[in-house]
Design a protein around this ligand. Structure first.
Ligand code: COA
Length: 166
């Protein structure tokens, strides 16, 4: 099942809706820009934007739109075991304005509708903005994977596992 039923959250300025084919290029550019930060997500440059735009999976992605601009996304990978893994990002210039909060609220509603019993995610320990967002929306820390992710420069970063029972 895709995220195709209806817009889940709308505030005065931020609207959240399922991703469409017309969002593919913007989504790929957003991903590449956040990867360039080498900070919040596991992916690092180089990102092949054209390949990602053409072949990236968008059927379980929600996007945040402000004034017609795609400013953030959240995606969920449902598992046959009943939980869903989420990942998300907000464009650097739009952070700290509630976009992330609106995206998480929307994906929680989508996951309940879909019939998942739990959402799960992984976050780097230094990513205090993300950890604060997840705690605020009800996620709790469930474990830590030591030196789990090897970075392009050879550093090994821990991951914190968080979960939300729906
Ligand atoms: C993590 C991320 C998605 C948060 O999105 P956002 O739109 O800035 O989030 P919000 O504005 O809704 O803020 C949510 C909460 O996060 C916390 N927060 C936001 N910015 C913060 C910062 N710079 N430092 C600490 N806490 C912060 C606050 O508790 C805030 O809630 P409040 O405004 O009610 O106090 C965004 O920073 C991002 O895209 N980062 C890069 C990619 C990434 O790290 N993705 C997550 C991978 S696990």
């Amino acid at each position: 099942m895709g995220l195709c039923k209806h817009a889940y959250v709308a505030t005065d300025t931020i609207s959240i809706r399922p991703a469409e084919d017309g969002d593919r290029h913007s989504l790929a550019l957003l991903f590449a820009a956040v990867a360039e930060e080498r900070d919040g997500i596991a992916a690092e440059p180089p990102i092949d934007v054209e390949e990602l735009a053409a072949n990236g999976k968008i059927d379980t992605t929600l996007v945040a739109i402000i004034d017609g601009n795609l400013v953030g996304e959240i995606h969920v990978q449902p598992s046959w075991m009943g939980f869903g893994e989420i990942g998300m990002m907000v464009a650097a210039g739009w952070r700290g304005r509630g976009v992330g909060t609106a995206l998480v609220a929307a994906v929680i509603e989508w996951a309940r509708d879909y019939g998942l019993h739990k959402l799960a995610l992984s976050v780097f320990p230094h990513n205090q903005a993300a950890i604060a967002l997840y705690r605020k929306t009800g996620f709790v820390e469930e474990g830590r994977l030591r030196r789990h992710i090897r970075r392009a420069d050879g550093q090994l970063w821990d991951l914190i596992e968080m979960g939300l029972l729906l």
